[in-house]
Structures are given as C-alpha cells and as structure tokens.
Write a protein that binds this ligand. Structure first.
Ligand code: GLV
Length: 330
C-alpha cells in the first residue's frame, strides 16, 4: 500500500508533521475551509488514507470515488457525516477520535448551562449598550443552578464528565440510556425513562450520537413534556432536536430557554431562533480548545500511521471492515 494521505483541511500541529514524515505522498488542503463536494470527489482517489472533518460529507459517492482508500480517519468523535455502512461494504475502515475531547466538551456544556440560566450573554449585552439601570431586587433574575436537577440524555463519556462537574453544584442527577453506566451510578445519577427525565429535569442536556434512532429525538411532543421552567442544552448534534419545534416552544414559553452549540442545518439556524432572547447560541465550539483540537488531529493521524504499519487502527468504528487482508496490503 502506498503511504499516501489526503488531509481535507488545515489541521493543528503536530498531526501534519506526523503524517508527512511517514508518507510517500502527502497532500493537505492548504486552505482553512472545507473542500466543496466536487473538490472532495476529485481529491480522494489514489490516497490510502483520508483525514477528514465532520463538515466533510463522506457519502457513498465519495467512498466509491476513493479508489485505493483503506481508511477514512474522521477528526471528530461523531461520525454521522460518514456512510459507515457503505464504507464497510467497500472494505474501507473508518476511525473517530473518542476520549480526547470529552473534558473540553463537558466544560462547554457547563458554559451553556450557566450562561443560559444566569443570563450571562444578555447581561453582557446590557453593559455594552450602557443600558444597566443599576442594581435592583427584581432585575434580570435567572434560574438557580446549584441544587437543581440535571437530566443527561445519553450515558456516555461526555455525559459522565458533565455529571462529574454537576456533583460540585450539588445537583440531583438523572440519565437516560439503553444500559446503566456504573460510573454515572457511582456519581449518584439515576437511570430513568426519557419521559421521566424530561418531566423532572431543570436542565436537559443531550449527549447522544446522531443516528436514525436519535434524529429529532427531542421533537414538539418531547419538548412539551419538559417543565416550563426548564432549559434544553445541546452540545451533541443539531438534528437530535427538531429545531423549528424548539423555536415554537421557546416563543410560546413552553420551556424557559436553550443553550445550543449545534444546529440542525449547520452552519444555518432555524428561522426565528436568533430572535429568541432566552437562548445562548454558540458556533459548534464543543471541542474548540488548542489542546483538544491538537489531540484530536494527532489521534486521527495515529490511526493512519497504525494502518500504514499494518496494525489495526485503534479507534475503528467499523471493526468488521478490518481483515488480515489489510495487513497483507501494507
Ligand atoms: C465534534 O462535534 C465531534 O464530534 O468531535
């Protein structure tokens, strides 16, 4: 196998050097922008590995065009941008970057919880507009975070890291998932049905991957189950929430507010969302620290280097596509 890699977009150090040093052929899109779909299709053939981003749609047409490709290394923990079924069928391995972004994403989840509950962004805007009328006993009241109930939808690593932080805020913890997570149980979290979590939580925080099963998991019906005083936090994937239904719920005061980092049709937002004052809206920054992004790129590169060494890449999401044949090709 030729050690040839395409990096679809500029990524942080040290990943480019790790790959350049080991590659027979190294190609990196020098621009800090995603490749257009047509450019992607034109660029992928002939590379044994592609290091891509969650903004690259790696569908069947891209995979079929990727002649000679053995590995798609996604620089993200979520991999809903890749048609993994088609990749597996075509014998192409897919890897992601679990673990390294857990703490940064949990930190940002907490930034949203605190910001939306305590009206941090609204308050900042008041000061910048020189519109602060002076302290008042009824002025800009928000919701108490300490001692409230946090409902975590999804029982995985990021939910657990969010729960660890919640212990410091003395929160009651609920979580929903297909199976218990002993670490969450140890933190005092209680596994409940989704409807119970929605009805009981003051903050509902989403930590599920985007799949056919989780698409619009939070729709108008589920939003209606939340308390009118509750907040929805989403640092997972936009399409887990029916964003138009969310705008309706916010406008009608059916929930108190939302803290969002991800959107259904990123980078766009649903009509009306930006006009809802009870929201904090971030541009998909969950993993956006220098340390974490560097670690994510390095992890994607490590997967490619493992393949080139004839080893099973450590973060395979489709282990069924691995066969000794791959080792034989190296
Ligand atoms: C970020 O959204 C990721 O999935 O890594």
């Amino acid at each position: 196998m030729e050690r040839s890699v395409l990096i679809t977009r500029l990524v942080p150090d040290p990943a480019p050097e790790m790959l350049r040093a080991a590659a027979d052929r190294f190609t990196m899109n020098p621009a800090d922008r995603p490749l257009e779909p047509a450019e992607l299709i034109r660029s992928v053939p002939g590379h044994s590995a592609v290091l891509c981003q969650l903004t690259d749609r790696i569908d069947r047409s891209v995979l079929e065009a990727a002649r000679g490709c053995r590995l798609i290394a996604n620089m993200a923990v979520g991999f809903n941008n890749i048609d993994v079924e088609a990749a597996t069928e075509l014998g192409i391995l897919v890897t992601n970057t679990p673990g390294v972004l857990t703490e940064a994403t949990a930190d940002l989840t907490w930034a949203l919880i605190l910001a939306v509950a305590r009206r941090v962004v609204e308050g900042d805007a008041v000061m910048r507009a020189e519109a602060f009328p002076g302290w008042g006993p009824l002025y800009m009241l928000g919701a108490e975070v300490s001692g409230s109930t946090l409902g975590l939808v999804g029982p995985g690593r990021i939910a657990t890291a969010v729960a660890r932080r919640a212990v410091g805020f003395g929160m009651r913890l609920l979580y929903h998932g297909r199976r218990p997570n002993p670490e969450l149980d140890t933190l005092g979290a209680r596994l409940v049905e989704l409807d119970e979590l929605l009805a009981e939580s003051d903050f509902v925080s989403l930590h599920v991957p985007l799949t056919d099963q989780t698409h619009h998991l939070i729709d108008a019906t589920r939003l209606a189950r939340m308390k009118p005083t509750a907040y929805l936090i989403n640092t997972a994937r936009g399409p887990v929430v029916d964003e138009s239904a969310l705008v309706e719920a916010l406008r009608a005061g059916r929930i108190a507010g939302a803290g969002l980092d991800v959107y259904e049709r990123e980078p766009k937002m649903a009509d009306g969302l930006a006009d809802c004052p009870n929201t904090v809206l971030l541009p998909h920054l969950g993993s956006a620290t220098r340390k974490t992004r560097g670690a994510m790129a390095a992890m994607a590169a490590e997967n490619i280097l493992a393949l080139w060494r004839g080893q099973k890449p450590p973060n395979l999401v489709n282990p069924d596509a691995w066969s000794p044949e791959h080792e034989g090709r190296v």
